[in-house]
Design a protein around this ligand. Sequence first.
Ligand SMILES: [Fe+2]
Length: 501
Amino acid sequence: MGLAESREKEIVEYAGSKNALIDEKAVKLLAIREDFQEIIDLLLSEGTFIIDQKAVEEKALRTKIAEMAKPEVVVEHKAFKPHAKEIEPNFRLLKQYDVTGQSKTEGKVKDFEHYFQRKFEMLSGILKKRHTLSAKPIQRLRAVPKGSKIDVIGMVFRKWVTKNGHVAMQIEDMEAKCIALILKDDIALTEAVEHIMPDDVIAVRAVKWNEGMLIVKEIIRPDLPVREPKRGERNVAIASISDIHMGSKLFLEKPFQNFLQWINGKTGSMKENEKVSRIKYLIVSGDNIDGVGIYPNQFNELNIKDVHKQYEEVSKLIMQIPEYIEVFICPGQHDAVRWADPQPAIPKEFLPELSKTKNVHLIGSPSWISIEGMLAMVYHGAALHDLISSVSFLSSEKPEEAMIEALKRRDLMAAFGMKQPYVPEREDFLVIREEPDLVYIGDMHHNAYGSYRGTTVINSGTWQSRTNYQVKLGHVPTPCVVPVLNLKTGKINENRFMQEQ
Ligand SMILES: [Fe+2]
């Protein structure tokens, strides 16, 4: 038997020993991977028992993006002296971008008007700053001759396909509106307009057709400028977790305990401890508890049926994070704050002990933190569901791509009036006003990483196993995986705790 055949036999036997079914193509793919056992274990832990080519490809692709590292458990008797304990933290909360304590809306029509005006002002400001546009107010369309070139900036009111198969958008600025038409023969533009949603603010380079209509030649989005990824000067790291869902029967307590052991340097492995030793910051991206009454029949899926008790338990876990690590906790739609974005920080009354703890910071969603000179935006992620359901090529298993779409729009608000509600605050906390170096999201229960024009996007996964709702949707979570981003090297290292259960 050749080497390849013996490896394939080993894979089939290994899958068999775990009661998994594996097809021939998947075996061939796995045969070239040193980490085939880890990939099989990971798929099984996520509830995939029929291992086919697609499942392996998806998993193998993901592991290429981030280095996979299984925490080694080797008992050595050396004291853990974390490097991060020896250095002062270097961070600043950008409170002006956090709605906590700044919610001033009354939810009246005038608030909505003001909100959309602010949004238009800010996004058109970004467009003008970033692009060499000679944008004219839409009402000037009347004054220019038919067939002449004109650039305008507008908010998309609606988008539709005309009887003749062209794509039309009604766009508006503060004074006037017009129809911007994308001709069906313009394949590239027809593809580009697929990305555009109602309430987006865009610029168009166009040609006047008549007093109320433009033929679009180019669509320009606010977008990020092309930048090199920023690196920190110090060799320190940010770990991130999300979606603990304390109180759910599906909360994975044992793996979380393993994570706590690990972050306290108790695995006993020098190699692991060197990595852990660099962790100076921990970002927790929302859904800290499962809540009560969040969806119909949730009560039966809870083992802690009281919100205060859920927070008490999650607090006990967070208190076990070493005190030299700065912990930033934002809420999600399961937390005890308003469902609508932007969400203020979890009130101190729910987390009396944590809120008095010096290294723990309760922040809103979204929030901005300057960490080691790098700008991090933290957001739970609710709006991404609407974005994913509206834009055909996005998927909930690739939340980083939805986040990148939000970066191109420079707005976390998907169109108003979809599933995710928004509060019309006096200030728009959802426009992505700065250019973030790091974006932390959660909500999708799926670890994912991406980079776009110098911005690194990290989705921090979950500690809840697969819910019935996710089974119905066919969504496969990636529980108990903790990414650690080294700020000096920019490398992301995944640490998995599920197999230790
Ligand atoms: Fe969640």
